[in-house]
Write a protein that binds this ligand. Structure first.
Ligand code: ZN
Length: 189
């Protein structure tokens, strides 16, 4: 008798664990799908806005039923914190293409540094971030600019590798310490 109860308990536990894993998979998937900074077109201004979806909440929603999407951050907040969050439709339709990381990767893809002409190469989370050269001849890492300004920046700025960004920044901040050798080929902007 005791053995049969134990068997039932084990069977129930195994079943519960199996169900948990089965539900955890869509939850984990939803978390990775919806985390990260995204660019959307604000339905109110028709301009770019940088938003963050509550990824943990979406994961929990997916665990129990369907992922529920809600914003936790927007570049237009706190002024417009009570908006209808209608932009979430754009995230739902195409979560990959509005991810800032993917947009930036796509922009640098196949581009060469304007200074050394070396290919920028794919973005890596652990590598130094590539930079941008503005119309004011100043360079900045892409991570330093506000994400909602990226669409405009992509139209006006040019790609710079991290090494040249460091060199150019140093040259700009300490011109007295930099001597260009005369036989070096002229730097083309
Ligand atoms: Zn370079």
């Amino acid at each position: 008798m005791t053995v049969s109860i134990l068997t039932i308990v084990i069977a129930v536990l195994v079943l519960a664990a199996g169900l948990f894993v089965l539900r955890a998979i869509p939850g984990v998937r939803a978390y990775f799908k919806f985390r990260g900074k995204r660019l959307v077109t604000c339905p109110e201004t028709h301009k770019a806005a940088a938003v963050d979806v509550a990824a943990r909440e979406a994961a929990l929603g997916a665990f129990f039923n369907e992922p529920t999407l809600r914003l936790v951050e927007c570049s237009r907040w706190p002024e417009r914190e009570n908006c209808g969050q209608d932009c979430l439709q754009q995230v739902e339709v195409d979560p990959e293409n509005c991810l800032v990381w993917n947009l930036v990767s796509k922009w640098y893809e196949g581009k060469n540094c304007v200074f050394c002409h070396k290919p920028i190469g794919p973005l890596h989370h652990l590598d130094h971030a590539p930079a941008l050269l503005g119309p004011d001849s100043k360079t900045a890492e892409w991570k330093q600019v506000r994400p909602e300004e990226l669409p405009e920046i992509f139209a006006t700025h040019r790609p710079v590798c991290w090494n040249c960004h460091v060199t150019e920044s140093f040259r700009r901040l300490h011109p007295e310490l930099v001597t260009d050798r005369p036989f070096e080929p002229r730097r083309t902007m």
